[in-house]
Design a protein around this ligand. Sequence first.
Ligand code: FAD
Length: 461
Amino acid sequence: MSEASSTAFDVLVLGGGSGGYATALRASQLGLTVGVVEEDKLGGTCLHYGCIPTKALLHAAEVADSAREGHVIGVMSSLSGIDMPAVNVYKQGIVDRLYKGLQGLAKSRGVTMIPGHGTLTGPDSIDVAGVRYTGKNIVLASGSYARTLPGLEIGGRVMTSDQALNLDHVPASVVVLGGGVIGVEFASVWTSFGAKVTIVEALPHLVPNEDEALSKGLERAFRKRGIDFKVGVRFQGVTQDDAGVKVSLEDGTVIEAELMLVAVGRGARTADLGYEAQGVRVDRGFVLTDDHLHTGVANIYAVGDIVPGLQLAHRGFAQGIFLAEHIAGLKPVPLIEANIPRVTYCDPEVASVGLTEAQAKELHGADAIESLEYNLGGNGKSQILGTAGFVKLVRVKNGPVVGVHMLGARMGEQIGEAQLIVSWEAHPEDVAALVHAHPTQNEALGEAHLALAGKPLHAHD
Ligand SMILES: Cc1cc2nc3c(=O)[nH]c(=O)nc-3n(C[C@H](O)[C@H](O)[C@H](O)COP(=O)(O)OP(=O)(O)OC[C@H]3O[C@@H](n4cnc5c(N)ncnc54)[C@H](O)[C@@H]3O)c2cc1C
């Protein structure tokens, strides 16, 4: 590689997804020169194949349910069908607008976009199509891909979220393999659109990483919606032909459906990118870093889904901002993983921050922990919306709230205050003194804290 063909930056980022572009935007704001290598589209998985398109589908699903159920509250509406190509146009319109905005933002901040496939070729260099780019700091942000199981081939009627996002029709029936976030969100959309859905989850519960109360609550709600699920049973195999798929499970069950969605998690996209050759430590595909996101090699850092932990876009954004500030010498405070909010946007929504009750008991001892569930039955706005659910608080006795866990339509919107409560280590008494507007679902958070502080208003003592 000739020196003449090299371009040097303060920060050179490999991957323009949530983690990579947040690093780039913040670094350029701080006066650093920045290059971003991207082989597909700025915005990455979240904007083009993840958060945004799925949430557009979930909104269309909510509108479909409202139309179908309008008569229940005296609105003479009905659902005559789902025009999937039109839904896709709506979804793509949102992605396209955001993509245009993001490209404009990167340009206006002076970020140099380097299109093409990048490979780490030295402690300070990335090669793209025969050109060597160097950076005083290198940020690996190559993201993730939809995983499958050994021997389970993706193709035809067996698909991942990448293909499922672009279906041109509503399938009559689907088997969703995996009851985690992506699986239950697609199960929710397809059910609202009229498909018959069966979820298969090897672990004992849906959304198995959440507090068990949320998992059980979601299972109750899904049962009511007619979503079938089989938990604690493992997938054995699938065959497909012109008629559909036959999915067999280890307990002998065979489920027939039009197609199968494989939603068994996401692997880190780190293979064959030169990381290990440069001495970067990789464990099961994930890049190991310290709490400052440093890989331990030269000035090479990593952000986003390739770093073990929650695979969420806002974690990537926060890591990117942290890293840019760290590189600029601002001494930012490292992120606390447990305080990153988590929302699953199925109906009803699942939203949580902080420790589950089980984690809190393990950390502080079972006797030191107290929990409380406030039922949305006592919350006016939730009754207006017709949603069941609850707010569960986990606190250290005579100490702060360490976990907030919420279930119910639109409860994801309440995660902001919940995050402040947990991150600022508020005591229930602190929150109980704050006024929550009536009638909002936000009141449910206030009421839960009133109850935990020993003075419930719209709840029984
Ligand atoms: C269906 C689905 C729904 C989701 N919903 C949500 C949600 O609601 N909320 C949420 O917070 N998160 C959600 N996520 C997760 C979220 O999308 C990811 O956490 C986020 O995109 C991770 O950002 P990243 O920057 O680490 O990686 P990515 O967004 O994957 O970006 C990595 C980028 O690097 C590029 N790249 C990789 N290798 C190279 C190379 N060698 N050369 C050049 N470019 C390269 C890729 O093209 C890609 O653009 C969802 C994910 C999926 C799949």
